[in-house]
Ligand binder design. Structure first.
Ligand code: VGL
Ligand code: ZN
Length: 202
């Protein structure tokens, strides 16, 4: 079976000095690069969170503090408001300088609509396809190895969508870290992904 690697949101803003920092994020770079250098994959893909300034998922757009709960699901937004992050063309939106991005065959930029968020690399929160599933199907990819940030947000939604589209999914635990916006988010995300059929590999 042909395998693909999918690197979720390995961008400066999700690393320790970024706007929406994930604790220990830089510790995954070694594992991610090992996979990138392996030559094991029929396709190497990456998602890049890519918001216009004033995006509706930003707390600042509502005059609220970051991590305020937000009842915006019907508008394709998540459950909390985020600090401004991954603004298009900003340094925070760039891939981390340690990541071997020269191996990326395809980069999907998501979260570009001002009023809709996109946690999954496959589709916006309101269901609009971003093209990744078709790309994998065309290449007859059967299994996707997922790595990246953040485990309990974009990785979580990406893995569930990959399963929904019928791919086998392996999450590489040593190559992902979570934000834990609410305590227990990481454990809950891992359990749910496993329940739905993802293999969690060390
Ligand atoms: C992400 C929150 C907001 C992520 C993106 O990449 O996990 N989290 N935007
Ligand atoms: Zn975002």
């Amino acid at each position: 079976m042909k395998e693909a690697l999918l690197c979720v949101d390995l961008q400066n803003d999700f690393y320790e000095d970024g706007a929406l920092p994930v604790e220990g994020a830089s510790e995954i770079n070694f594992q991610v690069n090992k996979l990138l250098h392996s030559g094991d994959f029929a396709a190497v893909t990456a998602s890049q969170d890519w918001h216009p300034p004033g995006h509706k998922s930003f707390a600042s757009s509502h005059g609220e503090k970051p991590f305020t709960p937000y009842e915006g699901d019907s508008e394709g937004l998540g459950q909390v408001l985020w600090p401004d992050h991954c603004v298009q063309n900003s340094e925070g939106a760039e891939f981390h300088p340690e990541i071997s991005t020269e191996y990326f065959d395809l980069i999907i930029r998501k979260g570009q609509l001002p009023e809709v968020d996109s946690y999954s690399a496959f589709r916006d929160n309101d269901g609009r396809e971003l093209g990744l599933a078709g790309y994998f199907k065309d290449l007859v990819i059967g299994k996707i190895l997922v790595v990246g940030l953040a485990l309990d947000v974009c990785v979580f939604y990406t893995v569930q969508d990959a399963l929904k589209y019928g791919f086998e999914v392996e999450l590489i635990r040593s190559a992902t870290k979570g934000v834990e916006a609410q305590p227990g988010d990481i454990a809950a995300a891992l359990e749910k992904m496993e329940d739905k059929g993802a293999v969690i590999r060390e």
